[in-house]
Design a protein around this ligand. Structure first.
Ligand code: PSV
Ligand code: MN
Length: 386
């Protein structure tokens, strides 16, 4: 197995995009809890995202969600973020909270509503121009609840047409990433339920259209790392929305429900070239912190990704390949598991310190007084929430 020192240089370029909405209040359909210190503005969300980066060195970009993060001047917001030490990352569209979209957006049977949904994406592309964002991420709530309710075939055709209109407005250095989800909010069929559908739709668009894999969006028991391997193989893995699920789309801290799955996913990412500095794969979090403190929740998340990346880098790929081609089933399995079971926490702490970062970012944040300060300062106004 390689040593930690041997793999450490590869940790240097790791960058994880944090979602602005993780800093706002969120909840379930039963209750959205407020919490002291929650941002009242997009700028305060950016302050919190920048704090995560300051303590970890891992989160140089924050993804925005439109219209949740709508401001009058995105140029000013981008400069504000830069002053805090971070960039604006992916722009997420939102066609799931307007009454007009009850029966869908980009797939809607009514051309007027379909055009409204397309126009929303064109507005997102304009914002991308102002923020310098590369990626437009599209997740659709579109679908139906009852068999026979909708013509699922026409909806695919309309989706292809709408996506084409959006894609046509992207500049050469911008990309469209299409996210899939098995169910919810639609309970019978979703118009983009799986990676196969997402792939078919983006393949029809062109090279700058890719798939976004949200780790929480599959049926239980789905082999997610297989999907990662396949999408990388065909050059269509655009981004991750990392989170953990126990039952459905739980949006919990990545690596909390199944650290081994995160390890297996990151192994396939590395194996397939997705971890190379120029791979183009965006590593985002898509999480909500409903009951835990949000900033430490995000710090924990990026550290979990870093820790499992380090372990996945430790896999002795040569020994693995040898055992695989010798038909040594248990030998190959052991090579894989040896890396997974290696505790890299002390090495990572020392490595962080060597780079001027706190060895234990969770403890450093807790001791920093930032949480107490935002809880004392952010009084009045309306807490941001979805
Ligand atoms: C939908 O469940 C989703 O995963 C999409 O990425 C949305 O943009 C995000 O969650 C909203 O939290
Ligand atoms: Mn997502």
């Amino acid at each position: 197995m390689p040593t930690f020192e041997q793999i450490a240089p590869q940790l240097e370029h790791q960058a994880i995009e944090v979602p602005s909405w993780a800093y706002g209040n969120s909840g379930t359909r039963f209750k959205v809890f407020g919490s002291p210190g929650t941002p009242r503005s997009v700028e305060e969300k950016i302050d919190d995202a920048a704090t995560v980066h300051r303590f970890t060195g891992l989160a140089p970009e924050v993804a925005l969600h439109i219209p949740w993060d709508m401001v009058d001047d995105f140029g000013t917001l981008t400069r504000y973020a830069a002053d805090q030490g971070i960039d604006i990352g992916t722009i997420n569209s939102n066609t799931f909270q307007d009454d007009d979209y009850k029966f869908g957006g980009l797939t809607h049977h009514d051309p007027v509503i379909r055009q409204k949904a397309v126009d929303h994406h064109l507005q997102c592309i304009e914002i991308m121009g102002e923020t310098g964002s590369r990626d437009l991420k599209i997740w659709l709530a579109d679908g139906s609840n009852y068999p026979g309710q909708a013509d699922i075939r026409s909806r695919q055709d309309r989706l292809a047409d709408s996506l084409q209109k959006i894609y046509a407005q992207l500049s050469a250095d911008q990309r469209l990433v299409l996210e899939y989800k098995i169910f919810e909010p639609a309970f019978y069929h979703m118009d983009v339920p799986d990676w196969g559908t997402a792939l078919v739709q983006v393949q029809a668009l062109g090279d700058n259209a890719l798939v976004c894999l949200d780790t929480g969006h599959h049926a239980p028991t789905t082999n997610v790392e297989f999907i990662v391997a396949q999408l990388l193989r065909v050059g269509k893995l655009g981004s991750f929305d990392f989170n953990s699920r126990n039952y459905a789309d739980d949006d919990l801290i990545v690596g909390s429900a199944d650290p081994f799955q995160l390890f297996r996913i990151l192994f396939e990412v590395i194996r397939g070239g997705g971890y190379e500095a120029d791979s183009g794969v965006a590593f985002m979090l898509d999480q909500c912190h409903n009951i835990e403190k949000k900033i430490p929740g995000q710090i924990r998340s990026v550290l979990n990704v870093q820790e499992m990346t380090a372990r996945a880098l430790l896999v002795d790929r040569e020994a693995l390949a040898q055992a695989q081609s010798a038909g040594d089933v248990l030998g190959a399995h052991q090579v894989f598991m040896d890396a997974f079971y290696t505790d890299v926490r002390a090495d990572l702490a020392a490595w962080r310190e060597s780079r001027g970062l706190p060895g234990d970012p969770m403890a450093a944040y807790a001791a920093s007084g930032y949480q107490e300060k935002i809880e004392a300062d952010r009084v009045g106004g309306t807490q941001m929430s979805w």
